[in-house]
Design a protein around this ligand. Structure first.
Ligand SMILES: [Zn+2]
Length: 402
């Protein structure tokens, strides 16, 4: 299947104008015509490197005043209307088994939050779940990782201690840990602790890193330790963020995460806009790398993620709203995603593409955004109606476009 596009962004260094892009899909309708997509730009779909799928409730939890470290926010967050309303649907019994009870409903919300912002991969920071948690999802919920919640709070949600978890990764998977989420001595003490534990490693993906100084960021670059930047969540909770300019200067492999909507932006598209609003001269090409190739490297994903190639099984077409392909990403919302394909399966897009594939209408939900007809895989409308039934009233989520 071939699409004639306005430009194709193979990766940050290779952009080709007026070209065809190839897609390999078992669902193609057999016609060998080239589909005219000259109003679209082709990209590798995005990757969200940090989320908490069980916590994508809305609005943000808390008063928005900066705390010196994240534990102070967690204490207050437990009493917010947002947290208490989420708990009407899913109450944590302490097991953190997110395949039980109503947890899968909220997990699906989080998956659709990511899908509707062009993500085909999300890293859900939680203790490792049962295999079925990672199966049959429209996007990839990363299964191959080890983790520790944070060095100061430990693995209170399940899993081994940080060193054992890192060893279990065997340098073949990322070891993921919240670190330095604050500005006080507690937050600053985390990085020396990480070094002491022998965890300053090339498969360690540290989330936040607000408390790290230049010298410590340089050490991350030298050791290959990677950092996940969550700007909106950082400013909401702590009033500051990672020293991203130094990260670029030293060459740290930086990726971007949304965190959950209880502290972060509504999705990855809004996270990028927020980052650009806070740091206007930050190059969009760098941001593009952080949500594609840098992310694929950080999460140890196959080559078919994070870049486009001659033939692809993953593909995204975005409306062309800006002459520069990287700036264009800033000028797109959910409705501007013309087509999103994951592993050869169209998962979201304009209804016009529907007949280009052999799709079963029963497997998709059809709706419109501002009059533009869309299809999406699965039935998110059933997820929201089940949630409404439990709550006894209608709940809106700003990341759902229907
Ligand atoms: Zn987090």
């Amino acid at each position: 299947m071939r699409f004639k596009v306005s430009s194709c962004v193979y990766n940050a260094e290779k952009v080709v104008k007026q070209t065809d892009v190839n897609l390999k899909s078992d669902l193609e309708n057999g016609s060998d015509k080239v589909i005219d997509c000259s109003e679209f730009v082709a990209y590798p779909p995005f990757i969200n490197c940090h989320d908490h799928l069980i916590s994508n409730w809305y609005p943000k939890a808390g008063d928005g005043k900066p705390y010196k470290n994240v534990s102070l926010w967690v204490d207050k967050m437990r009493f917010t209307p947002t947290f208490l309303e989420r708990n009407k649907v899913w109450i944590n019994d302490g097991s953190f088994d997110l395949t039980q009870g109503n947890a899968p409903l909220i997990i699906k919300l989080g998956i659709y939050k990511n899908l509707f912002s062009g993500c085909i991969v999300v890293q859900d920071h939680i203790n490792n779940q049962k295999p079925e948690y990672y199966e049959d999802n429209p996007i990839l919920v990363l299964q191959e990782y080890t983790q520790c919640h944070s060095l100061d709070m430990g693995n209170w949600w399940g899993g081994d201690d940080a060193v054992t978890e890192w060893k279990k990764a065997g340098m073949k998977k990322p070891f993921i840990v919240h670190l330095g989420e604050g500005t006080d001595d507690d937050a600053r003490s985390c990085f020396p602790k990480l070094i002491k534990m022998g965890l300053l490693q090339s498969n360690t993906l540290m989330v936040h890193g607000i408390a790290l100084n230049k010298e410590q960021l340089k050490k991350c670059a030298e050791s290959g330790t990677m950092i996940c930047w969550c700007p909106e969540s950082n400013f909401f909770l702590i009033g500051q963020t990672l020293d991203i300019q130094s990260c670029l200067e030293f060459g740290v492999n930086v990726v971007i995460g949304t965190d959950s909507t209880m502290s972060g932006g509504i999705n990855l598209q809004s996270e990028i806009k927020y980052a650009k609003h806070k740091i206007p001269d930050f190059p969009m090409k760098e941001i593009f790398k952080m949500i594609t190739s840098n992310a694929a490297k950080a999460l140890f994903l196959p080559e078919s993620y994070g870049i486009l190639q001659e033939t692809n099984t993953n593909l995204m077409l975005l409306d062309k709203n800006h002459a520069d392909e990287f700036e264009n990403i800033l000028h797109t919302e959910t409705e501007n995603i013309g087509l999103l394909v994951h592993q050869g399966i169209p998962i979201f897009g304009d209804a016009g593409f529907f007949q280009e594939f052999k799709l079963d209408v029963a497997d998709y939900f059809l709706f419109d955004i501002n009059g533009r007809q869309k299809f999406v895989i699965g039935h998110p409308e059933k997820v929201t109606s089940s949630i409404d039934e439990i709550l006894g009233y209608h709940k809106d989520f700003p990341f759902l476009p229907f």
